[in-house]
Design a binder for this molecule. Structure first.
Ligand code: GLU
Length: 476
C-alpha cells in the first residue's frame, strides 16, 4: 500500500471501530448509533485585542450521550478542526467505557496558537470561549465536563471554571463543571501527573503477564528496558520520569519538535525537561547526543516506544521501519489504521490509546466526584487509619518486651506503616486499580477469543459491549 492511501485520523478511528464490530453481534441500527457523533457545535466569537477585533473558531463535539455528563478535553492548537475533535470525541466514548468512568464522550478544541498571545489575552479568549460553551450547556457539571488536553492545562481550566461560576452564581456544584483545575480552585492531587502515571501503571500491569510479554518477544521486568519517548509534554514527561525513576527503565531517546536527544545509558528526564522549557527544544542538551532527524529516531532499536504527542506519527510510510516490539500509545491516535495493520503483521504489540492514556480521565472522574461531594478524599479516614496502625505497633512492641523477644521494628517501617492515606495516595491507588482492572478485561478477550488478534480489538470489544448494554437498557 502506498502512503497516498493513508486514512485520516477520523477514518482511522472509524476503521478500528468497524474492525471491532465485525466480531460482534450488534444490530445494524445499534452499530450505526454507536458509530456516529451525536452533535458538533462550532462557535465563532470575536475578542477585541491589541486594538483589533479577532475572530476565533472553537468546537465541542459530543459523540455519545449513553451516559451523562459527557467528558473530554479541550485542546488549543492551530491544527484543530471538526474531523479531529469528532475522532477524539469518539475515542473518549470508548475510553470512558473501558475504564468504567460513568461518562459519555466529548472533545473540544480552539483554533489558536497559544504561544502567540500574552497570558492576559489568553485569559480573555479562554473566558469568552467558555462563555460561548456554557451558555449552550456545553460546559455543565451534569451535562458536559471539559478537561485539559494539548495546549491547555490547569490555568485554562481555572479560568473556565470561574467563568461558569460567574454565570451560575447559585449552582452549588459549579466547580464540577470542569476537571484538571489547580488544587486551590477545586482540583485534586495527582491530576497533572495522571495520564503519564497511567502509562506507567499500564506497563507495570503488562509486565505482570509473561505470556503477554512473550507476544512482544520481551521478558523480565521494566528495569533496564530501553524506552524511546516521542514528545516530552505533560504526558510524555511524567511517563518518562516515573519509568526511569521508579521502574529503572532507561529513556534512551526523546524526540521533540526540533529533533531528538539520544543517550543509550538513559537520559536525565527532569534535566532534559528543564532544558526544553528554557530553550524551546532539545538541541544543546548536554546529557545526550543531538540529531536533527527526529523521525529517524522513531525507528531506533528499543524495547518500548511511547508516542506521546500528536496523532498519526506512525503511518504507512514509516511503520515497516519501526523496530520497537512494544508500542504504548500515550497520545490519542498516534498509529494510523494503515500502520496498525503493518505493525500487527510484524508481530509488534500495541497497547492502545483508549486504554493507555485513560489515566487522565480516570483522575478527572475522581476530581468530579470530589467536587460533587465537597470534601477532600481521605479527610475523614486518614487519622483514624493512623490510630489503628499505631495501636497494632504498640501492641507488638508490648508483646515483644513482655515476652523478652527483643523485636525491633525499624523506624522507617514504623513511619511508613503508620502513615494514613491522604488524597494523593488514594488517587494513585484508585488509578492503579483502574488500570489493572481494565487491562485484565482486555487481556481476557485477547486470550480467550481466537479471532481477536490484538489488544486494540480487545479494548474496542470490551468497550463497545458496555456502551451497547447501556443503550439496550434504555430501550434502544
Ligand atoms: N484530554 C484527556 C484525554 O484525552 C483527558 C480528558 C478528561 O480528563 O476528561 O483523555
Amino acid at each position: 500500500m502506498s502512503t497516498t492511501q493513508e486514512p485520516s485520523f477520523r477514518d482511522s478511528v472509524e476503521l478500528m471501530y468497524s474492525r471491532a464490530v465485525k466480531l460482534m453481534d450488534l444490530s445494524p441500527g445499534l452499530e450505526e448509533k454507536i458509530r456516529v457523533c451525536n452533535a458538533t457545535y462550532t462557535v465563532r466569537f470575536g475578542v477585541r485585542l491589541r486594538g483589533d477585533l479577532h475572530t476565533f473558531t472553537g468546537y465541542r463535539a459530543v459523540h455519545s450521550e449513553h451516559m451523562e455528563p459527557v467528558k473530554g478535553g479541550i485542546r488549543f492548537a492551530m491544527a484543530v478542526h471538526q474531523d479531529e475533535v469528532e475522532a477524539l470525541a469518539a475515542l473518549m466514548t470508548f475510553k470512558c467505557a473501558l475504564v468504567e468512568t460513568p461518562f459519555g464522550g466529548s472533545k473540544g478544541g480552539l483554533r489558536i496558537d497559544p504561544n502567540e498571545w500574552e497570558e492576559h489575552e489568553l485569559e480573555q479568549i479562554t473566558r469568552r470561549f467558555a462563555y460561548e460553551l456554557a451558555k449552550r450547556d456545553l460546559i455543565h457539571p451534569s451535562q458536559n465536563v471539559p478537561a485539559p488536553d494539548m495546549g491547555t492545562g490547569e490555568r485554562e481550566m481555572a479560568w473556565m471554571a470561574d467563568q461558569y461560576a460567574r454565570m451560575n452564581t447559585t449552582d452549588i456544584n459549579a466547580r464540577a463543571c470542569v476537571t484538571g483545575k489547580p488544587i486551590n480552585a477545586g482540583g485534586i492531587q495527582g491530576r497533572t501527573e495522571a495520564t503519564g502515571r497511567g502509562v506507567e501503571y499500564a506497563l507495570q500491569e503488562f509486565f505482570r503477564y509473561p505470556e503477554d510479554m512473550e507476544k512482544a518477544g520481551l521478558s523480565g521486568t521494566l528495569a533496564g528496558k530501553r524506552v524511546v519517548v516521542q514528545g516530552l509534554g505533560n504526558v510524555g514527561f511524567h511517563a518518562a520520569k516515573f519509568l526511569s525513576e521508579e521502574d529503572g527503565s532507561l529513556i534512551t531517546a526523546v524526540i521533540e519538535r526540533d529533533g531528538a536527544i539520544i543517550n543509550d545509558e538513559g537520559l536525565d528526564v527532569e534535566a532534559l525537561s528543564a532544558h526544553i522549557r528554557a530553550n524551546g527544544g532539545v538541541k544543546g542538551f548536554a546529557g545526550g547526543t543531538y540529531t536533527e532527524d527526529g523521525s529517524a529516531v522513531l525507528e531506533k532499536e528499543c524495547d518500548i516506544l511511547i508516542p506521546a504527542a500528536l496523532e498519526g506519527v506512525i503511518h504507512m510510510g514509516n511503520a515497516k521501519n519501526i523496530k520497537a516490539p512494544l508500542i504504548i500509545e500515550a497520545a490519542n491516535g498516534p498509529v494510523t489504521a494503515g500502520a496498525d495493520e503493518i505493525l500487527r503483521k510484524k508481530g509488534c504489540v500495541i497497547i492502545p490509546d483508549l486504554y493507555a492514556n485513560a489515566g487522565g480521565v480516570t483522575v478527572s472522574y475522581f476530581e468530579w466526584v470530589k467536587n460533587l461531594s465537597h470534601i477532600r478524599f481521605g479527610r475523614m479516614e486518614k487519622r483514624q487509619e493512623e490510630a489503628q496502625h499505631r495501636l497494632l505497633i504498640e501492641e507488638l512492641e508490648r508483646l515483644s518486651s513482655d515476652k523478652g523477644l527483643g523485636w525491633e521494628l525499624s523506624p522507617d517501617f514504623k513511619a511508613k506503616f503508620m502513615k494514613g492515606a491522604g488524597e494523593l495516595e488514594l488517587v494513585r491507588s484508585g488509578l492503579d486499580d483502574t488500570m489493572r482492572t481494565a487491562y485484565q478485561a482486555m487481556r481476557k478477550v485477547w486470550h480467550e477469543r481466537d479471532e481477536v488478534e490484538d489488544l486494540r480489538m480487545a479494548a474496542y470489544l470490551v468497550s463497545i459491549e458496555r456502551i451497547a448494554s447501556s443503550y439496550r437498557a434504555k430501550g434502544l
